[in-house]
Design a protein around this ligand. Structure first.
Ligand code: HEM
Length: 510
């Protein structure tokens, strides 16, 4: 995937733009809208839908023409029709005709690279096959435990203060901690790596140096695992029968790390924000009418982490959404307007519970292969955070919240919250479970799969809440010998756990 950087315009070149408020503002040659000059892309997409229907002509930086696909059906048709549309920018007419200059701000995403997102046909199968093969070795039970434990570690850093910025201190950290473990470099996870990934994606002046730091880290990992494979994603990429070169391994580690980091950070921030500001959402979660995974899915509908993806290209002359598309035309795949297409969502307030046909993860041959990882990080991370900070509240007015927006995504800058200070949790302790709670209090929501309700409360007194205390262990596992528990010491009574406790231990993987 090649999402655009966060730089709003990405260029320092002087422009003779009309002043804001002027009717010509945001319009380029032919009266077409310049996407990168829009202050409210959501509103612009609706205007375009009204004016042009499900596919509209627009302009990118330097007035480079492109189509934006607004309709749900049309987006789906495009990504599912590899005979008509591909991800190979080398056939893009404006690039071939020199309209896209080498210093175009979107060049990092436009320039063709030998990675799965840009490849087609057999080459795509080879590269994607290696990524999918490596992802398929992940044991999701261990992964969820690791996400839970990482959440506890991250929350420990600020829980005693009674206040935090959940973006800077939580949502930008959890995906990086988890991805470093999955990739095979848990020791490389630190503030600097998070800082560099964020900086590289923002397209600031230091972006190149930050990007280099991340790439050097990935090169060292590739070299280590080439010499000595272990049980992690980097090793499985290297040893996959597709025989990836070191460069290909490193580029796919980069693709996976950045895609996962940016999208999952946005998803976590969006879900937490909705939970904090939308009383209906909060009430439904507290009342048990909605689980955290359902809340995550609703957020994927309303605010897909990538609002557009650059880009698909027409391999032949065709028609899409009533527009004549020429061979070599570029088209932006656009989950944001597609997910609110009135033809699939006539009432935007209506719940989409149980409906996963949003386009947040794309579709067709390039559909996101990491979606279950992204969903797991969001489900477990949000659930575990709310269990630790049940009284968390937004610590500013909603209209004080700041966003950075680009054509590719919208990113919450800060999410200030307050809560009663809490003691840190011991994450080194071996896992054990306290009594199952008799009833839930506010925020005591849990992901549906891991939280079946107890048959009946044991006593009228509320029981202490069980604290999730997962055990650190690698996420990628091969079958291993099961350790035999030591026999009980002489004289020690052998206590058999209750059926419910045994079920919980089994379910949570302890
Ligand atoms: C909430 C989290 C995520 C979202 C919303 C997301 C979204 C997307 C989207 C929209 C695409 C492009 C689909 C297309 O071109 O039609 C994509 C591709 C991709 N994603 Fe994700 N992603 C997420 C997490 C992840 C994670 C965790 C990984 C890896 C572990 C990952 C790896 C990839 C890769 C390798 C591709 C390129 C696939 C190909 O071109 O064949 N993504 N993702």
């Amino acid at each position: 995937m090649t999402p655009e950087s966060h730089a709003p315009t990405g260029t320092d070149r002087p422009r003779l733009d009309p002043p804001p408020g002027c009717p010509a503002h945001g319009l380029g040659p032919g009266g077409l809208h310049r996407l990168h000059e829009s202050e409210d892309l959501g509103a612009l997409y609706e205007k375009l839908r009204e004016e042009h229907g499900p596919v509209a002509p627009v302009l990118l930086h330097d007035d480079v023409p492109i189509w934006i696909v607004l309709g749900h059906t049309e987006n789906l048709h495009m990504v599912r029709s590899p005979s008509q549309f591909c991800r190979d920018s080398r056939i893009w007419t404006p690039l071939q005709e020199g309209l896209v200059k080498p210093d175009h701000p979107l060049m990092p995403h436009i320039a063709w690279q030998p990675i799965a997102s840009h490849a087609e046909g057999d080459e795509h199968k080879r590269l994607r096959g290696a990524v999918m093969g490596a992802i398929s070795t992940i044991d999701f039970r261990s992964l969820r435990r690791y996400i839970n434990r990482s959440t506890q570690v991250i929350v420990n850093r600020f829980c005693e203060r009674g206040e935090a910025d959940l973006v800077g201190q939580f949502t930008e950290h959890l995906p990086m901690a988890v991805m470093c473990e999955i990739l095979g470099m848990p020791d490389e996870y630190n503030d600097r790596l998070v800082e560099c990934a964020r900086d590289a994606l923002k397209g600031t002046e230091t972006a190149i140096a930050s990007h280099t730091y991340v790439m050097e880290t990935l090169s060292r990992l590739t070299a280590r695992r080439r010499a000595q494979p272990e049980e992690d994603l980097a090793s499985y990429l290297i040893t996959h029968p597709a025989r990836l070169t070191d460069d290909e391994v490193r580029e796919h580690l980069r693709l996976v790390l950045f895609a996962a980091y940016e999208a999952t950070t946005n998803l976590l921030s969006n879900v937490l924000l909705t939970v904090l500001i939308d009383p209906r959402f909060r009430a439904q979660l507290n009342g048990g009418q909605m689980t955290v995974p359902e809340a995550v899915e609703q957020s994927l509908w309303n605010e897909p982490p990538f609002s557009t993806v650059f880009a698909y290209f027409a391999k032949q002359e065709t028609e899409l959404g009533g527009q004549r598309i020429r061979r070599g035309d570029g088209l932006l795949f656009a989950p944001l307007p597609a997910n609110v297409d009135p033809r699939v969502r006539p009432d935007l307030k209506a719940s989409m519970q149980g409906n996963r046909s949003h386009l947040a993860f794309g579709g067709g041959p390039h559909e996101c292969p990491g979606q279950d990882i992204g969903r797991s990080i969001a489900d477990v991370g949000v659930d575990a955070l709310l269990l630790r900070l049940p009284d968390v509240e937004l610590d500013c007015d909603q209209d004080e919240l700041r966003w950075t927006a680009s054509i590719a995504s919208r990113h919450l800058v800060e999410l200030p919250v307050q809560f009663a200070p809490k003691p840190p949790q011991d994450v080194s302790e071996t896992p054990h479970h306290k009594a199952v709670p008799a009833q839930r209090s506010d925020w005591q929501i849990s992901i549906s799969q891991s939280d079946p309700k107890p048959a009946a409360p044991a006593a009228a007194q509320p029981q202490p809440q069980p604290q999730p205390q997962p055990q650190p262990e690698p996420v990628l596992v091969q079958p291993q010998p099961v350790p035999v528990p030591p026999p009980p010491a002489a004289g020690e009574p052998v206590r058999r756990k209750g059926a419910w406790q045994r079920f919980l231990l089994w379910w949570r993987g302890y």
